[in-house]
Design a protein around this ligand. Structure first.
Ligand code: AP5
Ligand code: MG
Ligand code: ZN
Length: 218
């Protein structure tokens, strides 16, 4: 099955998808991480995407859908997949339905609901590992050793799109589209809403319960 984890920028999608994938053995597929890998590798796709990402805008559908199709064709995506950051438009959601509708794989969505003020505080305090991409928070999830990744000891950096003006643009440009995607799943009876406020482990408990109801891990 495919579990679509929906949430605004900074809602905690990456944090929660990582924890849930580790607990269930599902594959964690994040379009933001895929784009950042393409950018780091200097590919044409990465160069094209960077312009949109640094402006806080969505990367065009044809680029994004092509990239995710290729990723979902890889062997580890044959079982349960947690999608983090995709779909972000109704066209992307429809493309996902079309790609998997015929195969009988179920697609269910969970929306992590977080208040706007919390989103800003979460993004402003975020630091990410320059090497493995794991994310931390200066206050809410500090690394064991200041400025270094717990997993690989590489330096922690600020994501280029976490600059305050880009954060404002991401929130201004992307929330409407998120609501439309949530509606896409709500009207087809495939949406659960989970309270994303509070501590990381408390949110994780609520998400795990919702995922178990849906059948993630089976
Ligand atoms: P992407 O990388 O997906 O960014 P995003 O959606 O803006 O979300 P974030 O990664 O910023 O936040 P998150 O929800 O993962 O939160 P996290 O767990 O890190 O996309 C980047 C860009 O790529 C987009 O802007 C767009 O341009 C492009 N793009 C991506 N997908 C696309 C698509 N499908 N179509 C078109 N364009 C696309 O948590 C945030 C911080 O809060 C961390 O520091 C964390 O430690 C902390 N935290 C987490 N949970 C809690 C909690 N419960 N309490 C306190 N702190 C918490
Ligand atoms: Mg993320
Ligand atoms: Zn690391």
């Amino acid at each position: 099955m495919i579990l679509v984890l929906l949430g605004a920028p900074g809602a905690g999608k990456g944090t929660q998808a990582g924890m849930l994938a580790a607990a269930t053995g599902a594959a964690h597929v994040a379009t933001g991480d895929l784009f950042r890998a393409e950018i780091a590798a200097g590919t044409p796709l990465g160069l094209a995407a960077k312009e949109f990402i640094d402006a806080g805008r969505l990367v065009p559908d044809e680029v994004t859908i092509g990239m995710i199709r290729a990723r979902l064709a890889e062997p580890d995506a044959a079982g349960t997949v947690i999608l983090d950051g995709f779909p972000r438009t109704v066209a992307q959601a429809s493309a996902l339905d079309e790609a998997f509708g015929a195969s009988g794989r179920t697609i269910s969505a969970v929306l992590l609901e977080v208040a706007r003020a919390d989103l800003e505080a979460r993004i402003t305090g975020r630091r990410v590992c320059a090497s493995c991409g794991r994310s931390y928070h200066l206050v809410n999830k500090p690394p064991q050793r200041a400025g270094r990744c717990d997993a690989c000891d590489s330096p922690l950096v600020t994501r280029s799109d976490d600059a305050p003006e880009t954060v404002a643009a991401r929130l201004a440009n992307q929330l409407e589209s998120l609501a439309a995607v949530a509606d896409h799943y709500r009207t087809s009876g495939r949406l659960r809403v989970v309270d994303g406020s509070g501590r990381i482990d408390a949110v994780g408990g609520r998400l795990a319960a919702a995922a178990a109801e849906i059948g993630t891990g089976r």
